[in-house]
Design a binder for this molecule. Sequence first.
Ligand code: ADP
Length: 527
Amino acid sequence: MNERQRLEWVCKITGELFAQDLSTEKILRTVLSMIGEALEIEHGCMLTFNNNGTVDEGVMLSTEANAESMRNFWNLLLTRGLIGYVYHGHRTIVIRDIAHDPRWPQLPTAPHIPQSGSAVGIPLKKNGRNYGVITLIHPVVDYFSDEIVHMLEAVADINLAAMRGIININSRVINYKETRYHALFEHAIVPIILTNLDGLVIDANQQALQFLGYTRDELLRERITSIHRLGTGPIGQDRYASLRRGDAVEFRSTAWKLNGDPIPVTVRARRITMQEQDVIEWVEQDMSRQIEAEQLRNDLTAMIYHDLRGPLHTVQSSLSALARQLANYDDDNLADILQVAVRSSRQLSRLINNLLDMQRLEEGKAVLKRKQTSLHYIIARAIELVQPMAAEAEIKLAFNLPNELPMIEVDDNMIQRVVTNLLENAIKYTPQKGRVTLYAEAFEDRIRISVQDTGPGIPIHIQHEIFDKFSRVKTSGAVKGFGLGLAFCRLAVEAHGGEIWVESKDDSGSTFSFTLPLKPLSQPVIV
Ligand code: ADP
C-alpha cells in the first residue's frame, strides 16, 4: 500500500463515520471492518473503557462460528497481554513476531487462535486519558511497518473524535431546556443523570454533579458505566437491552466519584421520551446513611446479645450452686422449682447463642469452631436437654441410631443446638401422648439426622418458608415462639455445607432432616 492509497483509505473511513449519526458500537464496528478490509486482517478487536478501567464497549472481527473462542482470546490479551500493556502504558506497541516475543502470552492451540505473525495495539487516547485500544494481528511476521502504524494512529484519532462527536450531536438534538421536565430535573433533590440509549451522558442535574464531584463538562464526556457498573459482561454484550425495551430497572450498585471514592447507591433507571428523543433517566439514591445505620444496628444487637450472656452465666452458676446446697434437703417441691429455673435459663442461653451465631453467619463471618466430634455424643446431649420437656408433655422420645457412626468435624456446640431445636420443636408442636423419634444414618459422603413427630404437620405450601427468619405458621395455636429456631438451623447447617428440609403431610406429623458432609469443605461456606 503506497502513501496515496493510505491517505485515500483514511479519508474513506472519515467520510463513513461522519456521514451519519452512529452509536459508539457502530463506529467501532465500521472502523474495525474497514481496517480489516484494507489491511487484509482477520483478527482484530476494539475495546473502549470506562474511567474505572472496566470494558465498556467491545467489537471484534470474527465469524459467528468462532465468536466464543475469540472472545476468550481477546479477554486473555486484555488481562495478560498486549491490550492490557497498551491500555496501561498509553502507547502503541508493535509485536513483530508473536511466536518469539515474551510479551505475548502462552495461548491455547485452537484452530482460530493465531499462533504466528505480528500484532499491534494502538491506544484511543486524548488529553492523557485512554478511552480504548485497537488491536490487530496479521499472519505475516513484521507486517506492521512504521507507515502502517502511523496510519492506524490517525484512524484511532478519527475514531475517538467520532465517538466524542456523539455527545455534541445528541445534546444538540435534545433541545429540552425549556420543558417542564427540565425544571423538575434541575431542581430535584436527588441526583439525576440523563444518557442516550447507548449510555452516553447527555445531561446531569446540579445534585448529580455535586454528588459525583464532576463539572458538567467532565460528566458530559462520560458514559454511565464510568459512574456505576451495570455488570461488566464479556465483550460486545448489550447491557442496555432491557432499558431500551422500555423496562424500568432498579439495582444496587456503587457510584464512583471523580476522585475515586465509592458511594453505595440504589439506581432507578427508565427510558423516557423528550421532544421525540428517547433517553434514559438514571436516578441515584445515596445509600451510605442507611448502610451505616444498618451496620450500627447490627453492631448494637450483637453487643446486646453478647452482653446478655454475662448475667445469664451468673444466673446459671448461681442455680448450680443452689442445686448443690439443696441436695442436702429432701424437698421435691424445691427441687422441681429449681429444675424449671435451670431449664429455662438453658433455653435462654441457647436462644442468645443462636441469635449471636445467626447474626455472624448472616454477615458472612466464618464462626465455625470445628473439631472431631462423636455424633452419638451430640445426640445424647441434645436428648438429655429436652427429656424433661418431653416428660412434662407426656411425649415418648425414641431414637433409632446405628451402633457405629463416623466421627465428624463440626462445630459441636452449634450442631448440638440444631438437634436440640428440632427436638424441642417436635415436642412443642406434638400433642400430649405423641411420639418423637430421632434417626441418624451414615452414607459414604455424609450423615443424615432426622426428627420425626406425630404433630399437626406443616402445609406443603409453607414448608419452604418456615426456614426464614420470623416465619411462623398462623394455625399453630397457642404455642409461643419467635420463628427464629429453624432460621438458625438452616444457617448453621448450610455453613457446614449441609442441607436441611422438612417432609410433612397435613395431619400426619413432620420429619425434619439435615445432612452434614463427612469431609468438611476447606473453605468455610459463607451464607
Ligand atoms: P418458633 O417455633 O419459635 O415459632 P421455628 O423457626 O422453630 O420458630 O419454627 C417456625 C414455624 O414452623 C413454627 O412457628 C411452627 O409453625 C412451624 N414448625 C416448626 N417445627 C414444627 C413441627 N415439628 N411441627 C409443626 N410445625 C412446626
